[in-house]
Unconditional design. Structure first.
Lengths: 533, 326
């Protein structure tokens, strides 16, 4: 049931009680301690400290410590209060009403009101990378009282209730942004927020410092006196920093996968896999359907028959991944286990290529392809090496091409000078946002990164996406997405290979770091450091 | 006499520097345009999402939608006003950004070059004095080893030994963050942080200078004036230092001047390995982020540094060898 009616005080209390119990169970009765400095490694260096005009991964890691959202989401992806204490959605799904927390102050002392919320939503719609699509249905934001905000939509947007986390829709101070250019506002690099930590300074290339906000609305939180965000560019350097204790916490698998086995043996360190529900996504092989050969379904089917996901899981991801056959990863509430109609079968693959009129020529080669792995992290390049060797067995000679990120993006999304790419893409907070951009025919937009690069267009898929975008019945949405997965799985504009498991590495003295669904992108209000033994 | 020579050298170098710098700026600007993708692509790529509208908005914000000639003119106009422009990626004036990183890189470069020169020339002197005997052989093998090992690997191994296993030295950064040290403690903290990266950066150059000094000294030893000096009955140490080494220093200083540019390149790697917040890493990040303002700023500064280093070497030569005229 996605439309909760008004949150009553009792249900709220029940919710909180359940959450507290959960926390207590997790920490085996240990009670939070105040004080200490958390050394939190973030990489690469964020381009800004507020996720207003950027949603880059390192920005999300730091932004929410200062700048909060209306809601947070627990580990079961249920909304819980943050700046909004209660919320309701009208039965027709077109009106959202938020009741705001009273007595909240910005770090500069100004009071937080509904005007800030209305202004922020408007700003997000203009400058946030996804704002225009997330809030596409938003026609008006009303502020009947300083503590109430009403969002009016043109049609239902069933995913919208998942979009109010600080890491997706940050609430920024209106009095700081008003009548300025939001892109060059100094607040983007020296933020003022309502959050548990206040920004102190950012020494570019070295570190960012935050201190405890003593006037935080959720007393006695936060527990930590200071957060030092360490910017360590080298992966091996980060592994060393964890080993010698100069770093306590890092997300998105901060060390080379090959070092993880060694670090797991360190009694002071531990691994957490929760807190990636919003950022998880598949590792996938995406075809350029405009390519004369790859446009043929038989060729794509042959490639699908030639790949073994268990090898990718074990050799590329050191076992830290799960084989998948559809675009939605396990862990998403919309995940349905779909089987691939194309199991590993080299004979079938060769037969398909022979049938497509692509016989083996001299040297056992049928034709040549280039493969561009996404230049972020090491797994795409490693997976590309596997794909190259796997396709050699069915007579496809693959050349792997390397370039840096902007060159890759321009090649794939602007120039479209590619055959096959190997990338990873996030499911985000809802398939209607994370998956739709990849398979909706209108998602094909030249020059816009991470859209429909394959140039896939299927009338039924389009219709299902458009239906799911306004469908308020959760079961019907699930069915629509499952059907899309089925069609995509057959038509193969891409081949979804594995769902990599992202990991948080932490020193055992750090507790409560992954309290919400967005994990280390959360505000760290619940985080505390166990005193040295 | 000496002063006028220096003044003439200075004047000539400065006159040559102006067209050089202008050429460098325009060439760099055009070269950077050839790199595929722009700052808006990078920011959208890092965000993992974008709309056509946000892309257009960012391009116009960064001035990337202007014609190329206009962009170049704007940049030259900034330069004429002693400004390096504004960084779209780091969201601050480029000048401020570069000044905040420069001291760290200068410390690293000066430290590494100084160390490499002192130790390299020292080793070369020992090797030449005891040529073909055991000190020469041992140092020869050592220098070959240093010469053929990449600096970043030496750096990584030094980190594993000194900061992970022994725990003597810090593994990253340029100071202890948040320690608020002052006076002697602050200096010691900085030196402790600088030691490993300086050694790693200096290693290859040390080996080069050792081998170069040895070769140049051996050649100088065969010269007539050395035979004359020995025949005059001068003390062997005086002959070695004053007559042989002094002349052997000319090629070493020439090469060291050329290396100043290389050091900045090597600093990119070393600064990354040791998370040293310096200019090399800034340059790398600027190129990866397609932040042309910062890239151009760093390149311009580097070209100034190379010109300055050459000037310094010219002056040094004029001092070492009185025959070199302005």
């Amino acid at each position: 049931m996605l439309i909760p009616t008004r949150f009553s005080i009792t249900s709220l209390l029940r919710h909180c009680a359940a959450f507290v119990l959960l926390c207590m169970a997790a920490h085996a009765g240990a009670s939070p301690v105040t004080g200490g400095t958390l050394n939190f490694v973030v990489t690469p260096e964020p381009p800004a400290l507020v996720n207003l005009a950027t949603s880059a991964v390192p920005v999300l890691k730091v932004s929410a410590k200062v700048t909060e959202g209306l809601l947070a989401y627990d580990l079961k992806l249920q909304p819980v209060p943050q700046l909004a204490t209660a919320w309701s959605i009208s039965p027709d799904g077109k009106r959202y009403t938020f009741t705001l927390r009273r007595g909240v102050k910005w770090h500069d002392g100004a009071p937080f009101t509904s005007a800030d919320v209305a202004y922020s939503l408007e700003l997000l719609r203009q400058v946030h990378p996804r704002g225009k699509s997330t809030f596409a249905k938003l026609v008006a934001v009303r502020t009947p009282t300083p503590h109430q905000v009403v969002l009016e939509l043109s049609s239902p947007a069933p995913y919208l209730i998942m979009a109010f986390a600080a890491s997706e829709s940050p609430i920024v101070p209106r009095h700081v942004y008003e009548n300025t250019d939001p892109l060059s506002n100094p607040n983007n690099t020296a933020p003022i927020g309502t959050g548990p930590f206040k920004f102190v300074k950012w020494v570019r290339g070295s570190h960012i410092e935050y201190v405890r906000n003593p006037d935080y609305w959720d007393k006695p939180r936060p527990y930590v006196d200071k957060i030092v965000v360490r910017l360590i560019p080298d992966a091996a350097g980060r592994a060393i920093a964890f080993e010698n204790g100069s770093v306590d916490l890092g997300g998105d698998t901060p060390v080379p996968l090959g070092d993880l086995a060694r670090l797991k043996g360190n009694p002071r360190l531990a691994i957490e896999t929760a807190g990636y529900q919003f950022s998880a996504g598949p590792s996938r092989l995406e075809f350029n359907l405009d390519h004369p050969l790859l446009g043929k379904l038989a060729v794509r089917q042959a490639i699908a028959h030639a790949l073994r996901r268990d090898i990718i899981k074990n050799a590329v991801f050191y076992g830290y991944a799960e084989p998948i056959y559809g675009p939605i990863v396990p862990g998403s509430p919309f995940y349905t286990a779909v089987a691939s109609p194309y199991p590993f079968d080299l004979e079938r693959a060769n037969a398909l290529l022979d049938g497509a009129g692509l016989p083996c020529r001299a040297g056992g080669i049928r034709f040549k392809l280039t493969l561009d792995p996404l230049p972020i992290g090491e797994p795409p390049a490693r997976a590309a090496s596997y794909v190259k060797s796997a396709l050699a067995r069915i007579g496809i000679a693959v050349t792997i091409r390397s370039q840096d990120l902007p060159a890759y993006l321009k090649r794939v999304y602007t120039d479209r000078q590619f055959d096959v790419v190997l990338n990873g893409i996030s499911n985000l907070f809802d398939p209607g946002v994370g998956m739709q951009r990849l398979y909706w025919s209108q998602g094909f937009r030249k020059g816009v990164p991470f859209t429909n690069a394959s140039h896939f267009a299927n009338a039924e898929v389009d219709r299902l996406f458009e239906q799911a975008a306004i469908e308020t019945d959760r079961a019907k949405r699930l069915a629509a997405f499952a059907r899309i997965e089925q069609i995509v799985g057959q038509q193969l504009p891409d081949i979804n290979l594995v769902a990599p498991r992202q990991m948080t590495l932490y020193n055992r003295r750090v507790h409560g770091h992954s309290a919400t669904a967005n994990g280390l992108d959360g505000n760290f209000a619940d985080l505390y450091l166990a005193p040295a033994p | 006499m000496f002063d006028s020579r220096i003044a003439a050298t200075l004047r000539r170098a400065l006159l040559r520097a102006i067209p050089t710098v202008l050429g460098i700026v325009i060439l760099n600007f055009l070269l950077l345009q050839l790199v595929p993708g722009d700052a808006a692509d990078v920011l959208a790529g890092e965000s993992g999402a974008a709309t056509a509208e946000t892309m257009a908005m960012m391009r116009s914000h960064f001035g990337l939608d202007l014609p190329l000639g206009q962009q170049l003119l704007n940049y030259l106009n900034h330069l004429a006003h002693f400004s390096l422009g504004y960084s779209p990626r780091f969201n601050m004036p480029v000048m401020e950004l570069i000044w905040s990183r420069l001291p760290n890189t200068l410390l690293l470069m000066a430290g590494a070059l100084g160390l490499a020169l002192v130790l390299g020339i020292g080793c070369g002197l020992v090797m030449a004095t005891w040529a073909h005997r055991w000190p020469d052989r041992i140092l020869g093998v050592l220098s070959l080893l240093l010469y053929s090992t990449p600096g970043f690997w030496i750096g990584l191994m030094a980190v594993v030994l000194f900061s992970v296993h022994l725990g003597w030295l810090p593994s990253d950064g340029s100071t202890t963050i948040g320690a608020n040290l002052s006076g002697w403690d602050a200096v010691r903290d900085r030196l402790a942080h600088a030691l490993l990266p300086t050694l790693a950066l200096a290693s290859v150059f040390m080996a080069i200078y050792a081998r170069l000094t040895r070769a140049a000294m051996l050649e100088a030893q065969t010269q007539d004036y050395v035979r004359t000096a020995v025949a005059k009955g001068l003390h062997p140490a005086r002959v070695q230092l004053r007559h042989v080494l002094r002349n052997a220093l000319l090629p070493v200083t020439t090469v060291a001047g050329v290396h100043l540019g290389n050091l900045l390149g090597g600093a990119v790697v070393i600064e990354t390995v040791f998370s040293w917040p310096g200019l090399g890493r800034l340059a790398l990040e600027a190129v990866q982020g397609r932040d042309y303002a910062v890239s151009l700023g760093v390149l311009l500064l580097s070209s100034f540094m190379v010109i300055f280093a050459n000037l310094l070497i010219d002056l040094l030569h004029a001092w070492l060898d009185p025959r070199i005229k302005a």
